[in-house]
Write a protein that binds this ligand. Structure first.
Ligand code: FDA
Length: 304
């Protein structure tokens, strides 16, 4: 039943008509539990509240699978404005983005052009940019673009998903290159030909990736709400004397808030992924897929 619901929400996440409807009618159905409003002002207010609670942030102006060039350029402008707003607010935050938001599905050249504009702004403000990982179809091209960009920019990171069979080899190569990565379990619907179907295998692979990357010179962002993995990471960090500037825990806005605060209170570096904007639908559906029990928020949202 849980697996059927998961597939259902991941299928819904790709529905373009629902997405257009959601953009037109604004944040609803309890999505504001996971999304920090639709404007940059609401996002910066959320960033400041988290900073005051001792957490850094990575801010994401929501958007993905853009098929129109002018929309891709507008999205890239939004990324630049987000970096400017972080700088103006003197906030402790980086930027996260998706390559399909800034034109990957239109052409690699357009995407690279937009990435250069965004990374030049980030460099000017001395801020990090993270390239989120999307579905398997876009994995290799994302890693290729990341590899090109990391030769010219120091503060750029990408994401590796534990559910993919290929990921352990990718982490090996990235650890040898001493680049910074975020480790996640993976949030898209992938076939058994490319991804572990069983959660236990995904979790085991996550641990292997973690142990491989933590000792490298690049930053390891441990992005998970899984307490077993977090406890394992804490022990590994202590046993191998991994210094504080070489890792951070990351969690999503609105998920496991107590655990977020507990890690801060214990003295660990914590960064929260804060999404904002009107393109909230696909992101929200993936959060429902991760935990179908979240549907109770939707039900409450409908009647509020
Ligand atoms: P797991 O799914 O095992 O959850 C562990 C526990 O966390 C659950 O038991 C529950 O208590 C809680 N939990 C998890 N999800 C929840 C939810 N939606 N609602 C309420 N509680 C929940 N993926 C991707 O493919 N590409 C990417 O670029 C990113 N980026 C990213 C950044 C950051 C900072 C995080 C934390 C995650 C991502 N992800 C991602 C998403 C990731 O792949 C994964 O889908 C989620 O983190 C859920 O997996 P967990 O590691 O939390 O474990």
């Amino acid at each position: 039943m849980e697996e059927a619901l998961r597939s259902f929400f991941l299928q819904l996440a790709k529905n373009q008509s629902m997405n257009s409807w959601a953009k037109r009618y604004g944040l609803r159905f309890g999505a504001n539990r996971f999304v920090a409003g639709e404007t940059i002002e609401s996002a910066i207010a959320a960033v400041q509240a988290l900073n005051n609670a001792g957490m850094a942030v990575t801010l994401d102006h929501l958007g993905e699978f853009v098929a129109d060039e002018s929309e891709a350029r507008d999205s890239a402008d939004f990324c630049v404005r987000t970096l400017d707003a972080i700088h103006d607010a003197k906030a402790e935050a980086s930027l996260s983005l998706k390559l399909t938001q800034i034109g990957l599905d239109i052409s690699k050249e357009l995407c690279l052009e937009n990435m250069h504009m965004i990374l030049d702004t980030a460099k000017k403000h001395d801020l990090w940019v993270n390239i989120d990982m999307e579905d398997f179809e876009r994995c290799q091209v994302t890693l290729d673009i990341f590899s090109t960009l990391s030769q010219s920019y120091e503060k750029v990171q990408t994401v590796i998903q534990a559910y993919l069979y290929r990921s352990l080899d990718d982490v090996k190569a990235l650890a040898e290159a001493n680049v910074s990565i975020r480790l996640v379990k993976g949030a898209y619907k992938e076939p058994e030909t490319v991804a572990f179907p069983d959660k236990a295998d995904v979790d085991a692979n996550y641990i292997k990736m973690l142990e491989l990357h933590l000792p490298s010179a690049g930053l390891t962002s441990i992005a998970t709400h899984d307490e077993h993995i977090i406890e394992h990471a804490k022990k590994f960090i202590a046993q191998h004397h991994i210094s504080r500037d070489k890792y951070e825990f990351q969690m999503l806005f609105g998920i496991r808030n107590n655990l977020q605060q507990q890690l801060v209170d214990e003295g660990y570096p914590v960064r929260i992924y804060v999404p904002y904007g009107d393109d909230w639908y696909g992101y929200f559906m993936r959060r429902l897929a991760e935990r179908p029990a979240n549907v109770s928020f939707v039900v409450r949202g409908v009647f509020n």
